[in-house]
Write a protein that binds this ligand. Structure first.
Ligand code: ARG
Ligand code: ZN
Ligand code: CA
Length: 338
């Protein structure tokens, strides 16, 4: 019984409105019969009254109120659209734009589905080779990045062009034979082309992507050679869908392990990826030590942001996860994807 009484006392103190001086005074004037001025039927919470007065007299406060309501509304809408899943995973809508010359370059829906599945496995840390992470790197492994991918549209177009220059971005405009992006603020666009050429019209890359400062621009997104989409019929040793995993890393603000310059040993802004002088290729054997600034470090060449073969890469780091989460956070540069 004592315990119950004490509990009730604590509860009444915790409830700010019940102890508010304004309501006490008002109640007291209307009901002088009780010592405290409180009756069960007349107590009221003045929060709304106070707010109403304040919002009327202070436009800055009203603007803040309206912004808060808008944010709350957007949050609810995103939840109901399923873009932010119950466990906080941000689901990115993906649009494939396939531009082909021959029919074999017109990658099938099945291969595109395989590619989406690879992304969801790699970013969800459910990839079958995750157990290959060396013990020394396990403490810095990302685990579930909590970003998932959902195919929302596939657009196809035949073209007589046999190569597409990355510097001209011709594949991204209908006026130059390409396919226009589907609202790049809300969707991650992936253009699939028969051959990616540099400014000298030379081939030499599997794919490329834009970093978050290009969010929403007409050319924002990824460009990938058709040979590297999905698994079935893809071109070894890049036939496990990891070219897209790597390019999505750039899209979500991850530089290469050696930094964003060919000089190497630059920062990638992740403390848990050892400094690296440059790319690794093929299937290196662990451990592999390389020197930056006179210090030899065991290289995390199995990170998706290196250049090794698809079967040799199988992890992001925890710091990389945090960087990607920052990009898709409600206040992040790619919040429009949520
Ligand atoms: N742009 C990079 C390149 O062309 C992509 C590397 C992807 N690596 C991979 N194993 N798929 O080399
Ligand atoms: Zn890259
Ligand atoms: Ca690093």
């Amino acid at each position: 019984m004592k315990k119950l009484l004490f509990g009730a006392l604590v509860l009444s103190f915790m409830s700010a409105c019940n102890n508010d001086t304004i309501s006490n005074q008002e109640d007291a004037s209307q009901d002088p019969g009780t010592a405290s001025g409180m009756t069960a039927s007349k107590r009221a919470c003045p929060s709304d009254l106070i707010r109403e007065k304040a919002l009327k007299s202070d436009p800055a406060l009203r603007a803040r109120f309206e912004a808060n309501e808008l944010q709350s509304e957007n949050f609810l809408r995103d939840l109901s659209m399923g873009k932010v899943l119950a466990d906080g995973t941000v689901e990115i809508p993906v649009v494939f734009n396939v531009i082909y010359n021959t029919s074999s370059q017109n990658v099938s829906d099945a291969r595109i589905a395989e590619q989406i599945a690879v992304l969801n496995a790699d970013y969800g840390a459910t990839n079958s080779d995750i157990n290959k992470i060396p013990a020394a790197f396990q403490p810095s492994a990302a685990g579930n990045v909590k970003i998932s991918f959902k195919l929302v549209a596939t657009n196809r177009k035949q073209s007589t062009k046999t190569g597409w220059r990355s510097d001209l971005e011709e594949m991204k405009k209908s006026t130059t034979g390409g396919i226009n992006a589907t609202d790049p603020t809300k969707n991650m666009n992936i253009w699939v082309v028969n051959s990616i050429l540099d400014e000298d019209s030379q081939p030499g890359t599997l794919g490329y992507a834009y970093y978050p400062e290009s969010a929403g621009l007409w050319y924002d997104g990824l460009v990938i050679g058709y040979q590297y989409i999905g698994k079935t019929g893809a071109s070894a040793p890049f036939n496990l869908g990891r070219t897209v995993t790597h390019e999505v890393g750039h899209y979500l603000n991850l530089p290469h392990l050696w930094g964003s310059s060919n000089t190497g040993c630059q920062t990638d802004y992740s403390n848990d990826t050892p400094a690296s002088p440059g790319p690794n290729f093929g299937t290196p054997s662990y451990p592999l030590n390389k020197v930056c600034g006179g210090v030899s470090r065991s290289q995390m060449f199995m990170n998706y942001m290196d250049y090794v073969d698809d079967k040799a890469m199988f992890m992001f780091s925890a710091n990389q996860k945090t960087r990607m989460q920052a990009v898709v956070a409600a206040a992040g540069p790619r919040a429009g994807l949520r």
